[in-house]
Design a protein around this ligand. Sequence first.
Ligand code: NAP
Ligand code: ZN
Length: 417
Amino acid sequence: MSRCFHTHKGTTRLSPLLPSHSCKPRLASTTAAATTTASPPARNLHRARARVTMAAAAAAEQGKAAVGWAARDSSGVLSPYNFSRRAQEDGDVTIKVLYCGICHTDLHIIKNDWSNAMYPVVPGHESVGVVTDVGAGVKKFKAGDTVGVGYFVTSCRACECCGKGYENYCSRMVTTCNGIDHEHGGEVTQGGFSDVVVVDEYYVLRVPAGLPLDSAAPLLCAGVTVYSPMVQHGLNSPGKHLGVVGLGGLGHVAVKFGKKFGMRVTVISTSPGKRQEALEHLGADDFIVSRDPEQMASAAGTMDGIIDTVSAWHPITPLFSLMKPMGQVVFVGGPTRPLELPAYAIVPGGKGITGNCVGGIRDCQAMLDFAGEHGITAEVEVIKMDYVNTALERLEKNDVRYRFVVDVAGSLDPDAA
Ligand code: NAP
Ligand code: ZN
């Protein structure tokens, strides 16, 4: 899992799921033309404003008017926001956003859980849309193509990680929203809860024909975040036993990928009410309630690996006893409170623990192609943008089966019905 340590509010805090980068944002061309103001907690933004450069202002002037919904402070409440996207360059693709999933990471960011929010924040990193324009140097895409944009929009493409296809671990990787785009004057990036995005073609994914666009959108983050470590750690072998902790946005697609890989899949959940759906609809083989010691004991020593997708602090020691010797737990969730791991949980049995942050571009395309071939999509509740604050409240309360997706074009496009 990529991490960075920022000093904010006088303390050094771990900001999970983020690349390490300079903490010196400049006012983005995406924010330069903002017509609304941030509220007091947005100290980063005020610092950013102080660093406005002629270059950023000029970029904003040449940019494209955009409309989105942004959080202004750690209340996380979103409201309409007008801003300017950076101008399309030769290697860029301009995309009209159709749908964008709501990932729990969006919630962490807008609530400033990781102490790194640079308000105003337009969230959204599970976008699917249609190409409306391409730069002169673009080779992979043309107007009319159906594409997706995931968790990040650039990286250095020169380091060892980028060379190996792990752009997600590049130290200069820039997240799709709330990132600092060093290649464009230090702009603060704004995400897919907006009508248009401009992205280097290298970081744009092709969405396979046949996948419904609303339920395919969550694959751009949730899908690759579980698919990539499953493939990397051999948790994609037929007959192996996979445990999935947390049946939310990430967890439910992990179940679907696991079953299509031919694995035995057991859901480990705090919500007994999800049992029937997990077994009958998502195709899981077993469902155990993590807070029930008897159910946990019944599965002891049976699993080859576990993927833990939980967004909040939870006891992890019991998970290790579910695994066979040398089994591996992959953590992908970003709880703010540190998890507790006694050595005795991993020393006997030589068990392993690792993290994972989304996946590289190659893995993301492979995941989409696999999903297209096997008909894998997320279970979604499609909403209009004016419901987004209620949806965020419900996501926080674990009240969604299993991913909210915003009908962005249907909400923001004045020509839409
Ligand atoms: P989500 O839809 O809210 O799902 C999280 C699930 O965790 C819930 O459905 C719930 O499942 C379980 N859970 C919630 N609170 C819990 C608690 N207090 N104790 C135990 N279990 C609890 O969230 P998501 O979008 O799947 O994201 C999950 C986490 O992964 C977030 O922290 C997010 O930031 C992170 N994430 C990481 C990456 C990455 O690249 N590493 C990418 C995307 C998201 P049950 O009801 O089944 O218990
Ligand atoms: Zn995400």
